[in-house]
Design a protein around this ligand. Sequence first.
Ligand SMILES: CCCCCCCCCCCCC/C=C/C(=O)SCCNC(=O)CCNC(=O)[C@H](O)C(C)(C)COP(=O)(O)OP(=O)(O)OC[C@H]1O[C@@H](n2cnc3c(N)ncnc32)[C@H](O)[C@@H]1OP(=O)(O)O
Length: 235
Amino acid sequence: MCTVEKRGDLFILTITGDDQHRLNPTRIDSIRDALARVKSESESTSRPSALITTARGKFFSNGYDLDWALSDPIRAKLMSRKLRLLISDLISLPMPTIAAVTGHAAASGFILALSHDYLLMRRDRGFLYMSELDIRLKISSWFVQIMKCKIASPKVWRDVVLKAPKITAEMGVDWGIVDSAHGSVEETVEAAVKLGVELVKRKWDGIIYAENRMTVLANVVAGLGSDETVGDFGG
Ligand SMILES: CCCCCCCCCCCCC/C=C/C(=O)SCCNC(=O)CCNC(=O)[C@H](O)C(C)(C)COP(=O)(O)OP(=O)(O)OC[C@H]1O[C@@H](n2cnc3c(N)ncnc32)[C@H](O)[C@@H]1OP(=O)(O)O
């Protein structure tokens, strides 16, 4: 499901498996467990660190596991609640976070990538794709909150949700979604490591870093807990 490698002061969380890395409770729990290990280790050493999240294979994450969820509304609510807990873990993590997107990231998989402080992406393979319109699902209101906090342009919000484009890394850089595009999986991860090392050099206090991130993302934090998001079945 996922592994965590310590490389110097960096934690590299890799979503594993040759499937689509669909977000169901089992996979979400495994990522949350990995984040809990990262948090606890960083607190025990009290050394500044940074998290890089990447994935093996063709997919970063192809979004919710709808096959699992569609059989029962309770399952959909559970999946949504667990994803909101995972995003909350990321937003409150006491270190900088970098998504090294080396494959497709669709809908909640896109949101998982976007919920990192930085989003680096492979140029030749992989789409960021908010697919709800194409698959006849109502987008979650809290997804839009995250997009509005992370992407500057209302025209981009409109296009991402109401045109459901398959966004490449280069398009993502142009639209202000992706921080940088890279030639291969290796180059994307290498660039993420380089960025992580630079950020760790600043020796910020992790608690203060997390508090400031949550202040910047206050609207997202508020949306993660509200029952409204669960009620609208928007995840
Ligand atoms: C009773 C229950 C009540 C309701 C229950 C509700 C459920 C929950 C509540 C609702 C929540 C709302 C919010 C929803 C959240 C979700 O997560 S829902 C799930 C969303 N997931 C999806 O919809 C999946 C979307 N993914 C896809 O459509 C595809 O997997 C893909 C991402 C488009 C990839 O397609 P695929 O064909 O597999 O891709 P490839 O073969 O890799 O590539 C296709 C061609 O494109 C070329 N290519 C790939 N990357 C690039 C690139 N970067 N640049 C250029 N070209 C690229 C690739 O080479 C292929 O080209 P060809 O070889 O020529 O075909």
